[in-house]
Design a protein around this ligand. Structure first.
Ligand code: NAD
Length: 487
């Protein structure tokens, strides 16, 4: 049974109970992890604090070498990591292979960025002075991770935090802790004890104890808006540094000039990858009213051809959802939409063929409007709601009519439309003709209720560094402008 990983050792800590980890494709139990307690949080923080004293003084080159070594070990364990991810998370193997690439490359990318610079020199007021801007680590960074990309979203926090000289406590999702614990055992064993600690358990229990802890100055969280708000309400009065990546309700606008075949494939990929459980999944589609029929028909035909099944099977396009509560949410959104006049064009139910597992058929639904939950709230499931627009200005206004601002997609060959979309849409990432493709050097994050944190790129490193200004006068003589003012 995988345990907590604290101070370089695997331990049950004070747990008196275990949490079962399920395979969403079969609903069977894969393994268990200890249900962490507030006492375990305390032990982890103590170890992290001690480790910080070592890690912050470790040279940037040594830190970089250890991060590269971690990436090398991950590469050697690729097959096992991808398999474990598929079993505990559910998405198809090719998608987990992609997640694995992100994991490894993020460690390599930040290994290099972390040893590149740590501040800048300013022009001083006098020749005898030196003015420095120093970037330094905060200390203990708590990394709270969700279940949809357990390793990628962990790496986007852990790698820059370590590269900047911080130590980390990882709290994986209780739904998908196994792949992270596997890394501790096989790929991170060369780091000094306590530099990476991992605790298991529920958010309200062990994670909140860490959020409240006075010796944890940074909370890096990816997850739902409600949990982000809860964390902010606890941490803000303590003036902690909050790094919040929250939900989304991303729009995809298809311009009139788009090719229906390309649109169908782009939309299906953007909305159905990971069974729609991507924070940047397309959750609202806007089609030109003039020729919406041809786009709709091509999309429905393509979606009907996709195969639902266990992620571990090689011909699976779409895997199960992560759990029953997530499937109930999409069912509620589809039911609400239908009640208000929407039409299900395909899907809209659990598949008859798959009796076990949290499956939901990929769903295309038309005649929706912004009063429906499916167009306002995060659905986080395999649904593609289609709404018509009559002008491109209206499409932009509809895109912006959301409390969230994570990402937005456009398909067009019209450069002016692309420019308008890029300038006018309030979202952290704009994808034109290539939905959901991220870049290591390109900051990823949201606007509005999606949270303002940035991961990846230089910005992703700076999130984990504090800025200090040093004014240094080389002459230690008294200054003419000091007291007394008279004479
Ligand atoms: P969640 O908020 O339920 O849980 C995320 C993590 O927070 C888990 O580890 C959980 O144990 C922990 N947690 C729960 N309650 C807590 C509390 N009171 N205090 C501290 N920690 C607590 O989210 P989820 O269901 O695991 O993930 C899905 C959500 O994540 C979606 O809303 C999705 O949009 C969002 N997400 C956002 C991004 C992004 O980059 N913006 C990326 C992926 C997922």
């Amino acid at each position: 049974m995988p345990l907590h990983f604290i101070n370089g050792e695997f331990t049950r800590g004070g747990a008196t109970e275990d949490i079962e980890v399920h395979n969403p494709a079969t609903e069977g139990v894969i393994d268990t992890v200890p249900r962490g307690t507030a006492g375990d949080a305390e032990t982890a923080v103590k170890s992290s604090k001690d480790a910080f004293e070592v890690w912050k003084r470790t040279s940037a080159n040594t830190r970089a070498r250890m991060m590269h070594e971690a990436a090398e070990k991950m590469r050697a364990h690729k097959e096992q990591i991808v398999r474990l991810l598929t079993l505990e998370q559910g998405k198809p193997v090719p998608e987990n292979e992609e997640e694995f690439e992100w994991l490894m490359n993020t460690f390599e990318y930040y290994a290099e960025l972390g040893r590149h610079e740590r501040g800048r020199v300013l022009p001083s007021g006098e020749y005898t002075q030196l003015n420095l801007v120093i970037k330094e680590p905060f200390g203990v960074v708590l990394c709270i991770v969700p279940w949809n990309y357990p390793l990628l979203l962990m790496a986007w926090k852990v790698a820059p935090a370590l590269a900047a000289g911080n130590v980390v406590i990882i709290k994986p999702s209780e739904i998908t802790p196994l792949s992270t614990l596997y890394l501790a055992e096989h790929c991170w064993d060369h780091f000094p004890p306590g530099v990476i600690n991992i605790v298991n358990g529920y958010g309200k229990e062990i994670a909140e104890a860490l959020v409240k802890h006075k010796d944890v100055p940074v909370i890096a969280f990816t997850g739902s808006l409600a949990t982000g708000q809860r964390i902010a309400s606890i941490a803000a009065p303590m003036m902690k540094k909050l790094h919040l990546e929250l939900g989304g309700k991303d729009a995809f606008v298809i311009a009139e000039d788009a090719d229906p075949e390309v649109a169908a494939r782009a939309l299906a990929y953007a909305a159905l990858t990971n069974a729609g459980q991507v924070c940047t999944s397309t959750e609202r589609v806007y089609l030109p009213a003039k020729n919406s029929k041809k786009f709709t028909e091509a999309l429905v035909e393509h979606v009907k051809s996709l195969r639902l099944g266990p992620g571990i099977e090689s011909d699976t396009d779409i895997g199960p959802m992560a759990g029953s509560i997530y499937r109930e949410k999409i069912e509620g959104h589809v039911e609400d939409a239908v009640k208000r006049g929407a039409k299900v064009l395909t899907g809209g139910r659990r598949p008859e063929r798959l009796k076990k597992g949290f499956y939901y058929e990929p769903t295309v639904i038309s005649h929706v409007d912004h009063n429906m939950m499916i167009m306002r709230e995060e659905t986080f499931g395999p649904a593609i709601p289609l709404m018509e627009y009559s002008s491109f200005d209206e499409a932009i206004a509809l895109t912006n009519d959301s409390d969230y601002g994570l990402g937005a997609c456009l398909l067009t060959t019209d450069a002016l439309k692309a420019k308008m979309f890029m300038e006018e849409v309030k979202a952290g990432t704009i994808w034109i003709n290539d939905p959901l493709t991220d870049n290591y050097a390109g900051p990823f994050g949201g606007m509005k209720l999606s949270g303002g944190a940035r991961e990846l790129g230089q910005e992703g490193l700076d999130e984990f560094r504090e800025t200090k200004h040093v004014h240094w006068e080389f002459s230690a003589a008294k200054k003419s402008w000091w007291y007394p003012y008279g004479n």
